[in-house]
Every structure is written in structure tokens, then in C-alpha cells.
Design a protein around this ligand. Structure first.
Ligand SMILES: Nc1ncnc2c1ncn2[C@@H]1O[C@H](COP(=O)(O)OP(=O)(O)OP(=O)(O)O)[C@@H](O)[C@H]1O
Ligand SMILES: [Mg+2]
Length: 212
């Protein structure tokens, strides 16, 4: 069996456009974010997150936060970390983004469970941030798991989850609201949100952060 470091080193990323050029046959691509590629290590229940060259500094920050969360069932176990990678539990399931894109209903019970997961991190002195649809999993067994905790130590207030919750109860829960939203439309809504172009959203966050 190759070491985690060797597996991480096999991942070749073109640093100009963060394009994935090559990776070991033992790896299977599981997802991509704004800072990393994530692979399942074949034949195991482990995932390796390999950061883009310009984002390797996040590996240490994220590993320290995972260490603070160890033993918490809402977060993956951390097995190893290195200069540009993390090894955590591979989560069998779907992100909330995938659930909505496929029309798999999200229930208020799951939303309450996500709140519990966030509160659990707060009890450990963390400040859960960057909580968006692709960072929340519902496992095959129906459990909630949160990933991508790199920003949990930021001091800035992040209202993203409160905004998502508001949209869930105000729109998604209405009987006429479609339960399947095409991926492209979801991405467009996310992009508009990031640019602060959705009326009524993120105003509170701006006011709080301006006051700092
Ligand atoms: N442990 C895991 N098990 C299964 N899939 C995963 C796992 N971790 C990440 N993924 C998949 O890879 C995607 C990217 O992972 P992650 O969110 O950690 O990357 P990121 O670059 O930090 O993301 P962001 O764009 O949110 O900053 C996730 O949205 C998910 O689809
Ligand atoms: Mg993410």
C-alpha cells in the first residue's frame, strides 16, 4: 500500500487554471471545490483532499480544526495530514446540493440536525463558517455530516447558513415550490448570492462585519 504522502504527490494540478492533470490509479475523483480536489482511496472508506498549489496553506489550518472536532459524530475522522493534503473519512451519501439537484426531498428534521452539528462545533469554541450546500452531506444512513471546516476559526460572522435556512422555510417548504432545481440554476443562485445580488440576504452580516 502506498503512503498517503505518495498518493497526494501523485496528484498533478496545473497551477495556472487548477486543472487536474494526473493522479494515481488507487484514487477515484469524488469532488472538487474552490481550493482542492477530493478523491476516494479505492478499496477503503477514506478520502484524500489535495489542495491546489496556491491553497496548500489551508491543509494545516483545516487539519487543526478537524483535530478539535475529533470524536464528534457530525464530522469526519481525520487520519493524516501533510503540507498539501488531508485524509478523512470518505462519506457515502449526497451533498444537499446533489439532493436538491436530483429532487431528493430535504426535510425540516435534517435542517434541525444540521443546526445541532453547527452547535456542536460552537461548543468546542469554533465559529462554523462557509456553510453551503456542497459542504453538507446526508449519508446513505440518513445522518448529517459536515465537511470543509477550514473557515471554522474565522472571527467574521458568516450568515450563509441562516440565509439558507431562511430560504428553506420561506420558499422550499411551500407546497408549490419545486423540489428539484436544476444544477445550473442552483449555481446561478449561488453566484448571485456571492455577489450579494439577492435582495434581503447578507445585509445583517454586512452590518455586523462593518461594525468591527
Ligand atoms: N470526505 C468526503 N467524502 C466524500 N466526498 C467528499 C468528501 N470531502 C469532499 N467531498 C466532495 O468534494 C467536494 C469538494 O470538497 P471540499 O468542500 O472539501 O473542497 P473545497 O475546495 O474546500 O470546497 P469549497 O469550494 O467549498 O471551499 C465536496 O463538495 C464533495 O462533493
Ligand atoms: Mg467545500
Amino acid at each position: 500500500m502506498k503512503s498517503y504522502r505518495e498518493l497526494a504527490n501523485s496528484v498533478i494540478i496545473d497551477s495556472r487554471k487548477n486543472i487536474l492533470m494526473d493522479y494515481d490509479d488507487l484514487l477515484e475523483l469524488a469532488g472538487e471545490g474552490r481550493s482542492a480536489f477530493v478523491f476516494r482511496i479505492k478499496g477503503t472508506d477514506k478520502a484524500i483532499k489535495v489542495f491546489f498549489p496556491a491553497f496548500t496553506h489551508i491543509a494545516q489550518e483545516e487539519s487543526e480544526i478537524y483535530k478539535a472536532l475529533q470524536g464528534d459524530p457530525y464530522y469526519p475522522v481525520l487520519y493524516d495530514s501533510g503540507t498539501n493534503y488531508l485524509v478523512i473519512d470518505y462519506i457515502r451519501g449526497l451533498t444537499l446540493f446533489q439532493c436538491i439537484a436530483r429532487g431528493i426531498p430535504v426535510t425540516p428534521e435534517k435542517i434541525r440536525e444540521i443546526d445541532k452539528a453547527l452547535n456542536s462545533a460552537r461548543k468546542k469554541g469554533l465559529n462554523p463558517s462557509d456553510i453551503h450546500l456542497r459542504n453538507i452531506f446526508i449519508t446513505a444512513e440518513g445522518q448529517v455530516k459536515l465537511i470543509d471546516v477550514a473557515r471554522f476559526r474565522q472571527t467574521k460572522t458568516c450568515s450563509q447558513w441562516n440565509d439558507l435556512k431562511m430560504a428553506f422555510y420561506k420558499y422550499y417548504m411551500k407546497p408549490y415550490f419545486p423540489k428539484r432545481i436544476p444544477e445550473m440554476l442552483l449555481n446561478t443562485i449561488a453566484a448571485l448570492y456571492k455577489k450579494n445580488l439577492i435582495p434581503g440576504m447578507r445585509i445583517k452580516e454586512k452590518l455586523i462585519n462593518w461594525g468591527r
